[in-house]
Design a binder for this molecule. Structure first.
Ligand SMILES: C[S@@+](CC[C@H](N)C(=O)[O-])C[C@H]1O[C@@H](n2cnc3c(N)ncnc32)[C@H](O)[C@@H]1O
Length: 218
């Protein structure tokens, strides 16, 4: 049974007691998402339009921030997100991300969560979303992406999601020069990414983490 908690920047995250794991950093969920995925992923990539693949849709926070950013910079985004265990809508509607964003945030957040699964849906003039119900461990990936937001549960809690097999699947759908960003900078994650054809760089991490990874497909 998932529980909502407030993180250091006032934004919500979800705690999963069975895994003893949070969906985001307790040092600031929104701050972490903005730092790792928007500033060091979306803002870094110059492709327009851009195809993004997210691993772990979860609360939809990364999709939400990317949708807001796409209309702010008037860049077309085709955003595909895979998820094995969608969160119940009763919990989603309690999340405070739309109120923290202000403006038309509530409308965009609702559209993201009410969008049909397994098909592309237009969320605003610039943001197209396809949520895919899929277990990444047992299913192949399709498509071609310039950015990968890798947002699985931590490597200590879910090592299978950070394995070479998974990064091989991801490498096969990442364009040459495409980037993968993730909050973890664990040694084994770096080694597995390198073994799958990525050049790995360490960047300053979000609050509470020394480093994060941005890896470029070579
Ligand atoms: C760290 S949370 C995701 C955070 C999410 N991006 C957000 O902003 O809320 C990890 C997500 O990966 C999903 N997940 C776990 N195992 C998976 C698998 N084998 N295939 C696809 N998704 C998986 C979980 O259900 C969870 O939603």
């Amino acid at each position: 049974m998932e529980i909502l908690i407030i993180t250091a920047d006032g934004s919500h995250t979800v705690y999963v007691p069975e895994l003893k794991e949070h969906y985001h950093s307790v040092n600031g969920a929104l701050t972490e998402s903005d730092h790792v995925f928007i500033k060091n992923g979306f803002d870094y990539c110059k492709a327009d339009p851009v195809n993004i693949l997210e691993i772990g849709f979860g609360t939809g926070l990364n999709a939400f921030l990317t949708a807001l950013k796409s209309s702010e910079c008037r860049k077309t985004v085709n955003y595909t997100s895979v998820e094995k265990h969608p969160l119940p809508f009763s919990l989603i509607k309690e999340l405070n991300y739309p109120s923290l964003a202000g403006g038309n945030g509530q409308e965009i957040f609702d559209a993201i969560h009410l969008a049909r699964w397994n098909t592309f849906c237009s969320i605003n003039d610039f943001f197209n979303l396809k949520k895919i119900s899929l277990d990444l461990v047992s299913s192949p990936l399709t498509g071609s992406y310039e950015i990968i937001y890798f947002d699985a549960f931590g490597p200590d809690k879910q090592p299978g999601m950070w394995s070479r097999e998974i990064f091989e699947k991801i490498a096969s759908v990442t364009v040459k020069g495409g980037i993968l960003v993730t909050y973890s900078a664990k040694g084994e994650v770096k080694r597995n990414l390198r073994a799958c054809g990525f050049e790995v760089s360490l960047l300053p991490g979000a609050p509470g983490k020394r480093h994060m990874i941005r890896a470029v497909k070579i």
